[in-house]
Design a protein around this ligand. Structure first.
Ligand code: PEP
Ligand code: MG
Length: 548
């Protein structure tokens, strides 16, 4: 029963047979064909038809926007111009594989040159070419495998295109050898509630091998015993019961209210978040709306997205973050692409202050949307490091008509200065993803330092306590909107440290709600105290479990 360790995403546990993501194909040889052109053309025609049929069938199964993408790919495969080019190359002596490889690559280059939407289709074309060549070779196509039964997907990491098409009825769990807790795979797994362990390093797992994927403990168990399988099945059943429990407002066992809010990147996620019991929005990541925009968005276009979100949450709190551009989220109209170290560069509030017109437009759009809707709008600045930045942002937002204006605490300096910052700011929301990254000097996207990225680290917990104390000293609310809030026991610790609301991916709400209901405020304080007085993340978790 070899055990493989990594970073667990969420609390789930699943079991099933492994199916590995097939590796990319070696480029075809340039040697001339030894077959006749007609034989080569017949093989290509057969491979193209099979690939198109397979893509259409997958599209049918996936439905929604995935179907459109896959049907478009199937049409590309059968494009008559491409076929003509492939035939011309075969007539010149090329093998079918080589003709497909070069003809598709040339067509992709033309699309890239056209730019825009067509340029973005070049990657889809490359994927189609790989599938056709794999078919000609009689090997598995690169990408997500389709073994024909539910499976545990094992991959190096998942590209966005792969994740968009994951068939959730087939994928029981995901294991990746690379990627940290905030990698694309991790974000998707959290969003969709997929059991996942990421950043395992070398994982010696074979197709068909039985595994248990235990996200709660960051563990993959290969060839499990019957007892381990039974334990995993029982835990999975317990979690299913939690997921089906009644949705009540977030509260501790003694009735202390702990509002449970949603982290959202667009108004599209609002309905699902409400269905899962979100009592409001604790973090609206507005930059996600504009990641592909070259130009700063107009007041009008922003206003319509903000209105949509505020209307969906009428009567409830919606905390909107001003554009958080930089590092892993560059926005061409706000960030400088030439910085050597963008994580420490002009990002977040620094970028907004530098381009104040963009900030003014956003705050104006928010104030206008607020005036036309009935949600309780709070606005906050990202990546605040100083009291000066706090004063700057709150003054500007209030000048432009916003009522409740706060800051995110994601930089250690603002945690240390929380008491002073909260004299000016109306509230603070702690972004533990970045707070941990900067406290531990460990890139949040880098699998090799994932062991340092735990929000359980007492260094992070002590900073969080400073912020909660700073809020209490000023009578101002302090919440957490980083992924730490999505870990049920850590959520209890955060409340014990003095945090008053928790915001997370909606898929985590049920687990956190259930855990809070089992502890009183006194329990939470005792558990937090135990975690605080440790020297590393593992010890903090163990101490919290011991005190629970
Ligand atoms: C954070 O840093 O914890 C946070 C919530 O912001 P983001 O993850 O968007 O950087
Ligand atoms: Mg952040």
């Amino acid at each position: 029963m070899p055990e493989i360790h990594g970073t667990g995403i969420g609390q789930g546990v699943a079991q099933g047979p492994v199916a590995r993501m097939a590796a990319g194909l070696a480029p075809p040889s340039e040697a001339p064909s030894t077959r006749t052109p007609d034989e080569e053309k017949a093989s290509v025609a057969e491979a193209v038809a099979a690939v198109a049929a397979e893509l259409n069938a997958r599209g049918e199964r996936a439905g929604g926007s995935a179907r459109d993408v896959l049907e478009a790919q199937a049409m590309m495969a059968e494009d008559p111009t491409l076929e003509e080019t492939v035939h011309a190359r075969i007539d010149q002596g090329a093998t079918g594989e080589h003709a497909v490889h070069t003809a598709f690559a040339e067509f992709a280059e033309q699309l890239v040159a056209l730019g825009g939407y067509l340029g973005e289709r070049a990657a889809d074309l490359a994927d189609v070419a790989q599938r056709v060549i794999a078919h000609l070779r009689g090997v598995a196509a690169p990408g997500v495998p389709e073994p024909g039964h539910p499976f545990v997907l094992v991959a190096t990491d998942l590209a966005p295109a792969d994740t968009a098409l994951l068939d959730l009825d087939q994928v029981l769990a995901v294991v990746t050898t690379e990627g940290g807790p905030t990698s694309h795979t991790a974000i998707l797994a959290r969003e969709k509630g997929i059991v996942a362990v990421v950043g395992t390093g070398q994982a010696d797992l074979a197709d068909g091998q039985a595994v248990i994927v235990d996200a709660e403990n960051g563990l993959v168990i290969a060839d499990p015993t019957d007892a381990q399988l039974a334990d995993a099945a029982a835990r999975a059943a317990d979690r299913a019961a939690v997921a089906n429990a009644p949705i009540t407002p977030g509260a501790l066992a003694d009735g202390t209210a702990v509002p449970l809010l949603a982290n959202l990147g667009s108004p599209e996620g609002a309905a699902e978040a409400i269905a899962l019991g979100a009592e409001g929005v604790g973090l609206f990541r507005t930059e996600f709306l504009f990641l592909s925009s070259e130009e700063a968005p107009s007041v009008e276009s922003q206003k319509s997205s903000y209105r949509q979100m505020l209307e969906a949450f009428a009567g409830r709190k919606v905390v909107v973050r001003a554009l958080d551009a930089g590092a892993d989220k560059p926005l061409p109209f706000l960030t400088d692409a030439d910085e050597e170290n963008p994580a420490l560069g002009r990002r977040g509030i620094r970028a907004l202050q530098h381009r104040e017109n963009v900030l003014r437009d956003q705050l104006t759009a928010l104030a206008q949307a607020d005036a036309e809707t009935d949600a309780d709008l709070w606005v906050m600045a990202p990546m605040v490091a100083t009291v000066d930045e706090t004063e700057y942002f709150t003054a500007l937002a209030k000048e432009l008509g916003l009522k409740t204006v706060g800051v995110m605490v994601e930089v250690p300096s603002s945690a240390v200065l929380a008491e002073e910052i909260l004299r000016t700011a109306d509230f603070a929301s702690i972004g533990t993803n970045d707070l941990v990254q900067y406290t531990m000097a460990a890139d949040r996207l880098l699998g090799s330092v994932a062991h340092l990225q735990s929000p359980w680290h007492p260094a992070a917990l002590r900073l969080i306590k400073m912020v909660a104390d700073g809020g209490a000293a000023n009578g101002k609310p302090v919440g957490v909107c980083g992924e730490a809030a999505a870990d049920p026991l850590l959520a209890v610790v955060l409340v014990g440290l003095g945090v008053q609301s928790l915001s997370m991916s909606p898929s985590a709400l049920a687990d956190v709600r259930a855990e809070l209901l089992t502890r009183t405020l006194d329990d939470a304080k005792r558990i937090a105290e135990a975690a605080l007085r440790t020297a590393n993340a593992d010890a903090a978790k163990t101490a919290a479990r011991g005190a629970a």
